[in-house]
Design a protein around this ligand. Sequence first.
Ligand SMILES: [Zn+2]
Ligand SMILES: [Zn+2]
Length: 337
Amino acid sequence: MDDLAFGVRNKRGDWTPKARLEFAPFWDRPLRLAKILAWLPGYVWPWNAFHLATALLYWRFVVPDAETMKTISWGWALRLYVANALSIFALYGAIELFWYVRRKQGVRFKFNGKFPADNPSDVFWFKSQNLDNALRTFFVGIPCWTIVEVFMLWAFATGRVHWLTWADHPVYLAALALLAPAIHELHFFAIHRAIHSPWLYKHVHSVHHNSINPSPWSSHSMHPVETLLYHSVALWHLVIPSNPVVALFQLHVAGFGALNGHIGFDRLELTEGAALESHAFAHYLHHKYFEVNYGGDGLIPLDRWFGTWHDGTKDGDALMQARFEKKRARSNAGRAA
Ligand SMILES: [Zn+2]
Ligand SMILES: [Zn+2]
């Protein structure tokens, strides 16, 4: 595929899409029904459908029965950890293997023209971003994800929270599942904004930001406090009346979906003519510029409301520079006073 038909590459080899990042069309005024209808399939397919499918597979084959989950034990907790670790190893590992080790697509559609493996750095364990990120994923990220998962399932099994059944509340639960990505967006934006406060950034979030040029292994490379906060999005389903399958879907939107912001390519070429859209650009810009795009891919325009949106264009760049300039002027004025 010719990536230059869809974007431009600068002298450093970094590729930028021509199309500006947009918010979901139901925020447009006036509302355009045709645009909303055209947007909907991409909201469901393939990523959210994939997260739902994995949640259903877990419910069928991995999650034990309610009786077992009434008592927290190492047995079923480890079973969940192994399922999470193997799934992430298979999904993230496959993309790492084909797109980052074998480099089957070269740098076509790649935002950063370099590969992390070609730039050893002291900020990482063993000077390797890949090794550092992968170790943190399996020894910090996924254990914390599993802790949240065990607690959430135990709360449902012991009757501490509402367990609505699909038979009694099919429409409500389906609507809640449809809204899960929006719940994710609100939760992620709130915790992400909080961990960018200076003290928390220094002690917690900087671990994640070591990866300026992220790859899939960067997705779960977080400080334990961050990864616990991140996955605790599923605990909203202990507050909102819900069902454990919907809560599990919510957890998978976080756990499996963390991949999307860190793929590093705008599209993953699958065949000569077909490519998978990654939805990675907005969060790639966050890793590049730090103080833009605290939210996700534009499902809710939180970054626009808070003045931190970067749409990937030159206009977005100019707005960001003006904001940084103002911030510098304020801090200089503060120092002079
Ligand atoms: Zn990130
Ligand atoms: Zn951040």
